[in-house]
Design a binder for this molecule. Structure first.
Ligand SMILES: [Mg+2]
Length: 109
């Protein structure tokens, strides 16, 4: 995870797309987040469109679907940078909460 974030940050820095680094106040972060959310939803829309086309025309493009999921992940990572959050740490924290919350749904044993 750390390597991916480092790679993304270097990529963005070279293109001056690392707006998350300059956003320090809540207002500045809000402005950056709004742009990132629009971009994330744009990628989500591209993914949804491929699913729609499959339902409508039966055209199945697994590689393109994977590409769009990856685009979503990239924008999600950018959001984590704006929020200055450790996604890996937060993931495990939330999964622990989910383990407790959904413990009655475990099947088998
Ligand atoms: Mg895309």
């Amino acid at each position: 995870m750390k390597d991916m974030i480092e790679y993304l940050r270097e990529f963005d820095k070279k293109r001056m797309w690392n707006h998350y680094d300059e956003a320090k106040t809540p207002e500045e972060k809000l402005e950056v987040l709004q742009k990132q959310i629009v971009s994330l939803l744009g990628e989500f829309g591209e993914f949804a469109n491929l699913v729609k086309k499959y339902r409508r025309d039966g055209t199945w493009y697994p590689e393109k679907l994977k590409e769009e999921v990856t685009d979503m992940f990239i924008f999600l990572l950018k959001i984590t940078q704006t929020l200055e959050m450790d996604l890996e740490e937060e993931f495990y924290k939330k999964m622990k909460i989910n383990e407790e919350r959904f413990k009655d749904f475990i099947k088998g044993d």
